[in-house]
Design a protein around this ligand. Structure first.
Ligand code: CA
Length: 253
């Protein structure tokens, strides 16, 4: 356990509170059987604004990965009941596409090869720096959505997922953390209809008190902030179905 204490003490100095403000509207599964590391991952990821689910063995992990609407998973390979490799294969065999970051023990190079071949997307050797894990996770999620850049541009709207800032026609728009999370999710899934329940699931953790009326209020506020003179109509409401972000992608900038 002592080996992981340094994860907390290292690199905390620079911009910790900034990172915390950079909430991401993303749902992450952590599958790790070492309780101390699992708890540290959960706490830090939640602190970063992710919604986090966790499993302590391969069977529970396989179930969560098949059932939950995940944006990414962090997977230890050495797991009880079902190995990480077999768990990942089950997800991929079931057609689950979310990106997977593998955690391996030092020196287990065969694990890395097996992990990547079974369907993992990247790996980190333990013990690791939490900042590196967060950076790799962000990169995996970005790549999985086909965005190489940290700035997503749709029409006059520019959303910087690293700085967690938003501008319309070059003018910064001030959003609360929740408003930002909703907008980021809608933009990342642009051109698809997002139901209120999907949005709610990605905003809140499993245990959190969910209220879809809150989503309506937040979307309403977002619209007024992004489009005060109602000329842009960035977020469409499809009655009974949900929301769709409908500004066109713009790769020129
Ligand atoms: Ca393990």
């Amino acid at each position: 356990m002592a080996a992981y204490v340094f994860i907390w003490s290292m690199r905390v100095a620079g911009g910790f509170s900034d990172d915390r403000r950079r909430a991401q509207l993303m749902r992450i599964l952590v599958v790790e059987d070492e309780p101390a590391l699992r708890e540290q991952l959960i706490e830090r990821l939640r602190g970063e604004g992710y919604a986090v689910d966790a499993a302590a063995d391969g069977e529970e992990g396989a179930y969560c990965g098949n059932e939950l609407p995940l944006d990414a998973a962090i997977v230890d390979l050495g797991l009880p009941l079902l190995s990480g490799i077999h768990m990942i294969r089950r997800w991929r065999d079931a057609g689950r596409q979310f990106p997977i970051l593998i955690l391996t023990a030092r020196g287990q190079w065969q694990d890395k090869v097996d992990g990547l071949e079974s369907g993992g997307d990247d790996y980190l050797v333990k013990p690791f720096h939490m900042e590196e894990l967060l950076a790799r996770l962000r990169a995996l999620i970005r790549r999985s959505r086909g965005w190489a850049d940290a700035v997503l541009r749709r029409g006059p709207l520019a959303l910087d997922i690293r700085a967690q800032s938003v501008a319309v026609s070059g003018q910064p728009v001030s959003l609360t953390a929740f408003e930002y999370r909703i907008l980021e999710y809608l933009v990342l899934h642009a051109d698809r209809v997002i139901s209120k329940s999907e949005l709610t699931e990605h905003v809140y953790d499993e245990d959190a008190d969910r209220d879809s009326n809150v989503i309506e209020v937040l979307v309403g506020r977002l619209r007024r902030k992004l489009d005060p003179d109602t000329s842009l109509h960035p977020i469409e409401t499809l009655r009974g179905r949900g929301y769709r972000f409908c500004l066109e992608a713009d790769s020129s900038g």
